[in-house]
Ligand binder design. Structure first.
Ligand code: SAM
Length: 200
């Protein structure tokens, strides 16, 4: 028996993604089981309650996925951790080539395993973003809950040709060459916001 049925996951996701497709739900159900299994023996995320994982991690990531620019064809998730928001975005938008950058080895190994089990072609960059070849760029770079958002944005900016999609508790300063758009409150949260920074 899965921890949560696909119907339960769909119901929990309603505020973030009201009509999730069956394939999205079945992939999220597999991702949830893998995350719970790995998190029991290695610390991938401090959130351990399955319903909270679905709302906080999956829901917020899918909400970001609904707010991507239509021209986004390549996406870098900067500091993906256990895959947020990059993996749920890859599940929601299989047409986008998603790269998950995560410098901690155990988390990068987990990300590869989820990609393999779901048969989705995500690239995992298992070291710091700063070590990518200079010319490597993406339409969109996402950043969620990275430790020092201001310095992460400085490192992320040269990687983006179009925009940065930021999920944070407060509005960060725009990195050089980018302009912040109005922020959007993430559903069911008190103060978590989604902000797009557009390249000038
Ligand atoms: C606080 S966690 C947040 C993870 C995820 N974005 C989330 O919302 O749950 C930040 C992650 O970013 C990774 N990280 C920080 N700086 C990085 C960098 N320059 N390149 C790649 N990964 C980085 C860390 O190893 C850590 O796992």
């Amino acid at each position: 028996m899965p921890t949560l049925s696909e119907a339960e996951i769909a119901s929990l996701l309603t505020p973030y993604l009201p009509d999730a497709a069956p394939l999205v739900l079945s992939r999220l159900a597999v991702y949830l089981e893998l995350l719970l299994k790995w998190n029991a023996r290695t610390n991938l995320t401090a959130i351990r309650d399955p319903k909270e994982i679905v709302c906080r991690h999956f829901g917020e990531s899918l909400f970001a996925g609904r707010h991507l620019a239509s021209e986004t064809k390549t996406l870098l998730d900067f500091g993906s951790g256990a895959g947020f928001p990059g993996l749920p975005i890859a599940i929601l938008h299989p047409e986008i080539a998603v790269t998950l950058a995560e410098s901690q080895n155990k988390k990068a190994t987990f990300l590869r395993e989820v990609g393999r089990m779901l048969a989705i072609p995500v690239e995992v960059w298992p070291v710091r973003v700063e070590t990518m070849p200079e010319g490597r760029q993406f339409h969109t770079v996402t950043l969620r809950a990275v430790d020092n958002m201001s310095s992460a944005l400085i490192a992320a900016a040269p990687r983006s040709t179009n925009d940065l999609l930021i999920m944070a508790g407060a509005t960060p300063p725009a990195p050089p060459g980018f302009t912040l758009q109005a922020s959007i409150l993430i559903p069911t949260t008190e103060s978590s916001i989604l902000i797009r920074a557009i390249r000038n």
